[in-house]
Design a protein around this ligand. Structure first.
Ligand code: SF4
Ligand code: SF4
Length: 425
């Protein structure tokens, strides 16, 4: 990234030295993990460019949007409906929670046994290294797990613009009513922030843009069902991660271009992988940029990842939003219907998730499932135990991993992953 952005970063209040340090780590990780892969689709060049400019050009675009009077809304969770944000001509960006930063300072605010994702959000704020967080006009926190819920009380003292959205934990009519109340409240808050009244047409336009983005990802996922796999899990994960940052229309076009290329690869049986390679489904906690540790271990141990049952993956993009409503109430109801289907482990009970893991494992012809949980993440770690048992009863090989963002357990993880791959070969 060029030095031309220094002024912009300074104006956002970033700590330039710490920020340089972060960019160095990110750049090195990207080179070692992504650019070291062989036989990547040419279309991934777009994502290489996006990543090389993730704190540069994309932030400049956001600043230009702001200068033109638009608003930026930051989010930590797939429950924040992008349709509503786009309907008000605002932009939704995911806030990075995939790396440790300023950990000593973080532990002045959060107990040590907090999941890495929450700590990361605080680290990026306290370390003053996230231009997305600093450029956002509104940051949306959501009452999902207890960790996040309580952490937002503290984050509220660190940022001036936190908006907290309550979320249900039961898939009941009462639960759905809560989501409805909260999405209408969010719509009002977005209208107030932007000065735009969200009418039916605006909402339908927002739905169209987000659905197109989801359809492109669905197309990419469907192509990964091919044997041999036409693309690495790392590259597919990157597309799913960039989903949260990029201009949505440009993102859709770029993913579709890769899909055109992958279709040709499949026709010519020219995938990057051998037919004999074990195929893995990953399931569990979201993997935010730049959390590539486990996929990298798996794909450098002789297997290929063919799907992600994750919020940065199929759980986050699974359903389209119905676009046939003709009043704002009907269209809002469609938005609520779509999001209420998300099978996050914060719901109790959460049987749909197990069904989806089994369905995905069959559809993607996975030879085994790796259940990925972040240390101290109670919802996913607790859920992983009955899920493991149920998968074993169905004779689906499964490996349960719990880890964090540090590199200390790489050797131990690699040994376990290699043994699992050997077992399912
Ligand atoms: S796992 Fe749950 S809390 Fe986390 S991003 Fe997904 S829906 Fe939100
Ligand atoms: S990974 Fe688990 S503990 Fe961490 S924010 Fe997500 S649901 Fe909460």
């Amino acid at each position: 990234m060029s030095g031309d952005y220094k002024k912009m970063w300074e104006s956002l209040g970033l700590d330039l030295a710490a920020h340089d340090e972060l960019l160095d780590i990110l750049g090195k990780g990207y080179r070692d993990i992504y650019l070291a892969q062989k036989n990547r689709p040419q279309g991934m060049g777009y994502f290489d460019f996006v990543m090389s400019e993730v704190h540069g050009l994309r932030i400049k675009e956001l600043m230009d949007e702001k200068a033109a009077g638009k608003k930026i809304i930051g989010s930590f969770c797939v429950f924040v409906p992008e349709e509503i944000v786009l309907a008000a001509d605002a932009t939704l960006v995911g806030l990075c929670t995939g790396a440790d930063f300023a950990m000593e300072e973080v532990e002045n605010y959060l107990p040590r046994n907090t999941c890495a994702l929450i700590k990361s959000a605080f680290g990026f704020k306290l370390g003053k290294v996230c231009p997305y967080l600093e450029s956002a006009n509104m940051i949306v926190g959501e009452n999902t797990c207890d960790g996040k819920k309580k952490a937002y009380e503290t984050l509220n003292n660190l940022v001036p613009n936190l908006y907290v959205m309550d979320l249900p934990q039961f898939k009941s009519p009462e639960g759905k009513n809560l989501l409805k109340t909260e999405y209408w409240r969010f719509k009002n808050a977005v209208e107030e922030l932007t000065g735009v009244i969200i009418d039916t047409q605006r909402l339908l336009k927002g739905i169209e843009i987000v659905n197109n983005k989801r359809k492109a990802i669905h197309r990419l996922s469907a192509l990964r069902k091919a044997v041999p796999a036409p693309v690495s899990g790392l590259d597919a994960l990157l597309a799913n991660q960039v989903f949260f940052y990029d201009n949505p229309v440009r993102f859709t076009g770029s993913v579709n271009k890769i899909c055109d290329e992958l279709e040709k690869r499949i026709q010519n049986r020219a995938g990057a992988f051998s037919e004999k390679m074990p195929r893995i489904l990953i399931s569990g906690c979201p993997m935010a940029v730049p959390n590539w540790k486990l996929p990298w271990i798996i794909e450098t141990s002789g297997a290929v990842i063919v799907g992600e049952e994750s919020c940065v993956g199929e759980r986050g993009t699974r359903n389209l939003t119905n676009n046939t409503g003709s009043t704002v109430e009907e269209v809002m109801e469609a938005v609520i219907d779509r999001y209420f289907k998300i099978d996050c482990a914060i719901f109790t009970p959460n049987p749909d998730r197990l069904d989806h893991i089994v369905e995905m494992s069959e559809a993607y012809k996975a030879d085994g499932v790796i259940l990925y949980g972040l240390q101290f993440c109670q919802p996913y770690l607790m859920e992983s135990m009955p899920v493991e048992k149920a998968l074993e009863e169905k004779n689906i090989p499964v490996l349960r991993i719990d880890t964090d963002y540090s590199m200390e357990d790489i050797g131990q993880l690699k040994t376990r992953v290699e043994a699992f791959i050997e077992l399912i070969k």
